[in-house]
Design a protein around this ligand. Structure first.
Ligand SMILES: [Mg+2]
Length: 219
């Protein structure tokens, strides 16, 4: 069990956790529309997260209609990038986030961000992140995205922190699943897409209303 007063690192999810959610539901709808239009059968992508919908769709097309696979993958990735950057342009980190991060750092805790958002979106929403965060691993920075724990491991390695001495904070079930797989202390926050029951079910050890209260919770 981690010494909660002095973790080596705290890893944060980005949208829904440090900043308001970018509109993922609409993004997924639009990608699904493109996937249907490309002729990919529904069972190929049902239940998958948005990036995995595109990967599964492109893999299926590659086997069945090679000519279309590249075009589909390119347009779908382009679409989510546009939607993400549009949403990011109108979004800022939650009030109090920068202060909370500074306080953690003053205690010698390393700070990471692990996100399925693209790097450009993080740069738009949190332009001065380098003053507050030690390592960012966005979608474009890793091969394996959470819930694959290797996404978090890349970040922990960059911070030189041990998983079982570190905390994962996020609003998503996949944040909790990835953290739990590494035996991290998982804190679910209610500022995004899940309620506390869903976060507990996904493996949260603790629930906070928002990440701003983290500094107090670690006292
Ligand atoms: Mg999130």
């Amino acid at each position: 069990m981690i010494e909660l007063e002095s973790p080596e690192a705290v890893l944060f999810d980005f949208d829904g956790t440090l900043a308001p959610n970018l509109d993922l539901a609409d993004m997924r709808r639009q990608v699904v529309d493109l996937t249907i239009a490309a002729g990919v059968p529904e069972e190929i992508y049902t239940g998958l997260y948005i990036i995995e919908v595109i990967e599964a769709g492109a893999a299926w097309l590659d086997k069945n209609n090679t000519a279309q696979a590249t075009h589909y993958q390119h347009s779908a990735n382009q679409r989510i990038l546009e939607l993400e950057l549009n949403a990011a342009a109108a979004t800022q980190v939650f009030p109090g986030v920068k202060n909370m991060l500074s306080q953690l750092r003053q205690r010698g805790i390393s700070i990471g961000i692990v996100t399925r958002n693209c790097r450009a979106a993080i740069e738009a929403v949190f332009p001065d992140r380098e003053q507050f965060v030690d390592a960012v691993h966005a979608r474009d920075d890793v091969v394996h995205l959470k819930p694959d724990p290797r996404h978090l491991l890349c970040n922990l390695q960059a911070l030189n922190a041990r998983p079982n001495r570190s905390i994962m904070v996020g609003d998503g079930a996949l944040d909790m699943q990835a953290g739990k797989a590494l035996n991290m202390h998982c804190i679910g926050v209610l500022t995004g897409s899940n309620d506390s029951a869903a976060l507990r079910n996904a493996g949260a050890n603790q629930i906070l209303t928002d990440c701003i209260s983290l500094h107090d919770a670690l006292r």
